[in-house]
Design a protein around this ligand. Structure first.
Ligand code: ADP
Ligand code: MG
Length: 340
């Protein structure tokens, strides 16, 4: 390192130091997950502070675990109209749209089922079929009625859980905030939901590892990208084991059971964090075949990486050239999916 520095002209060394001193990074805990934030360039320290404040604000708005949140107030008022924040109204409308587009594979009304499993509580459990069947009539985003003046009515017994879209939405908000703060280079990882802003300050592309769901210390590959949201849903992130069976936190809203579609992870690369988060959850529920059909026919602009339980890693053609698998530690069969 010293040798390398010694061959650089002094002006360039000063420039390098100047760039580095403008970079700011932090790790925080919000939305029930660890978040890593890196902001580069002039104004980075202030933008980082603004970003942290924004993430805590969104946590207070959207967290179902927080009994004082706006989402909790809405859930408690189920059965009658509740006036909500415009931001929550709009986000729930977007969530309901993704529910319709994915034929209900994504459904924020999965909340009563999540409660029955209690994945995030101290006593996660496996609900009986009868218990799930009793809860299923409460699930389906058409049970959310959007009224005038930001009023929402949830059907009696229905509740919403934004866990499948909130972090992606938060990354969109950070993108807006960085734009307002004049930041052209940043990378944030909100519990594995990644947003890369622009290119790095040295002009190179950001490199984002796609985790190996069979071995979280390894990767399936590395994506070199700029200005993208890279969002993964996987059964390996939050789970518990009972009698030798693993149960994880992504639910098939049609059955109330853990989604066992044959996929171990679904990663979406797109220009919207909110869409990427909703779709990563939905594609995981759909499984390989439906996911590919959805990618081809939905008209939505995104790419994806899917890892299945038989050793295949599928990636859509838009990622060819940016998905480097040479560093993958485990042997997978990599298959590029063409659009037609
Ligand atoms: P992560 O939160 O680990 O990044 P996801 O984006 O896939 O992963 O979200 C999983 C969370 O979304 C669950 O913890 C739950 O709150 C909620 N959820 C589970 N299944 C669904 C579903 N089918 N549709 C919408 N939300 C879901
Ligand atoms: Mg999601």
């Amino acid at each position: 390192m010293k040798k390398w520095l010694s061959i650089l002209p002094l002006s360039l060394i000063l420039l390098l130091c100047a760039c580095q001193s403008n970079d700011a990074s932090a790790q925080i805990f919000a939305m029930d997950t660890v978040m890593d934030l890196t902001v580069q360039g002039s104004g980075a320290a202030q933008a980082l502070k603004d970003a942290e404040a924004e993430l805590y604000r969104l946590d207070t708005l959207l967290s179902r675990q927080d009994s004082a949140s706006a989402v909790s107030a809405l859930n408690e008022g189920a059965g009658s109209p509740v006036a909500v924040d415009e931001e929550l109204y709009n986000l729930l409308q977007t969530a309901a749209e993704y529910s319709a587009l994915t034929d209900g594979a994504f459904a924020v009304t999965v909340a009563p089922i999540m409660d029955a499993w209690d994945f995030t509580g101290e006593h996660p459990r496996v609900p009986s079929r009868a218990e799930l069947d009793n809860l299923l009539p409460l699930v389906g985003d058409e049970r959310i009625a959007f009224g005038a003046s930001n009023t929402i009515t949830l059907e009696q017994g229905t509740a919403v859980d934004l866990g499948g879209i909130a972090k992606g939405y938060a990354s969109d908000r950070l993108a807006d905030l960085f734009a307002a703060d004049g930041i052209s280079s940043a990378m944030v990882s909100l519990g594995g939901n990644v947003y890369v802003r622009g290119a790095k300050s040295d002009g190179s592309l950001w490199r984002v590892a796609v985790e190996d769901p069979n071995d979280t210390a390894a990767y399936l590959g590395v994506l070199s990208l700029q200005e993208k949201f890279i969002i993964t849903s996987g059964g390996y992130q939050r789970y518990f084991e009972r009698d030798g069976v693993t149960y994880y936190h992504i639910i098939d809203p049609k059955t109330g059971d853990v989604a066992r579609s044959g996929l171990l992870s679904a990663t979406v690369v797109s220009n919207s964090g909110t869409m990427g988060d909703a779709l990563s959850t939905a594609l995981f529920v759909m499984g390989y075949e439906k996911a590919v059909q959805f990618w081809r026919t939905s008209g939505l602009d995104f790419d994806m990486v899917l890892c299945d339980d038989s050793g295949h890693v599928y990636y859509t053609e838009g990622l060819e050239g940016s998905f480097d698998t040479s560093l993958a530690e485990h042997a997978y069969e990599y298959i590029c999916i063409p659009k037609n």
